[in-house]
Design a protein around this ligand. Structure first.
Ligand code: ZN
Length: 159
């Protein structure tokens, strides 16, 4: 009797695969930061390198929890990126709210900052990434994996 063995080739997350995964992102106090599902081209720095490293080798349906340090995430918090400006620096019709994002053209290009606090007639702006200085806890599940097309590889992103 002949016995045929089939080894199912389970594809895993690797270079030039288009990967879809769902994720929950929480901070160190367990507060929910973000949640969603994302498709990306693996090995092309489309996502945080630390996340890419953790996803490598995972298979469809697999779940994993891991933590990224601020260094691997959005950087250490830099106090020098705080700036106190008068409210009059903003257009008068703008209702300044904490958490609001603004973009400013500077000598170094476009800088994104957000309103951290309002102090009387002054506004404290923060150009740190909102997640700077935070440990990031990820809970991810791989939803699908496929080969990238030549065009996607040439472009360096998933279509
Ligand atoms: Zn493209």
């Amino acid at each position: 009797m002949l016995l045929f063995l089939y080894r199912q080739r389970m594809s895993s997350v690797a270079q030039n695969k288009v990967v879809r995964f769902s994720y929950t992102l929480t901070d160190e106090d367990g507060q929910n930061i973000d949640k969603g599902s994302l498709s990306y081209l693996h090995g092309h720095r489309n996502i945080l390198p630390g996340v890419e490293r953790e996803l490598a080798g995972m298979k469809v349906g697999e779940q994993k929890k891991f933590q990224l340090s601020p260094e691997e995430g959005y950087g250490e918090y830099d106090e020098s990126l705080l700036q106190l400006v008068p409210r009059t620096a903003f257009p008068p019709d703008v209702d300044i709210q904490i958490g609001m994002f603004f973009e400013a053209r500077t000598a170094e290009g476009v800088v994104t900052f957000y309103v951290r606090e309002t102090q009387g007639d002054m506004v404290l702006l923060d150009a740190n990434h909102p997640l700077a200085g935070k440990n990031l806890n990820f809970d991810v599940t791989i939803e699908s994996i496929r080969e990238a097309t030549e065009e996607e590889i040439a472009h360096g992103h998933a279509h």
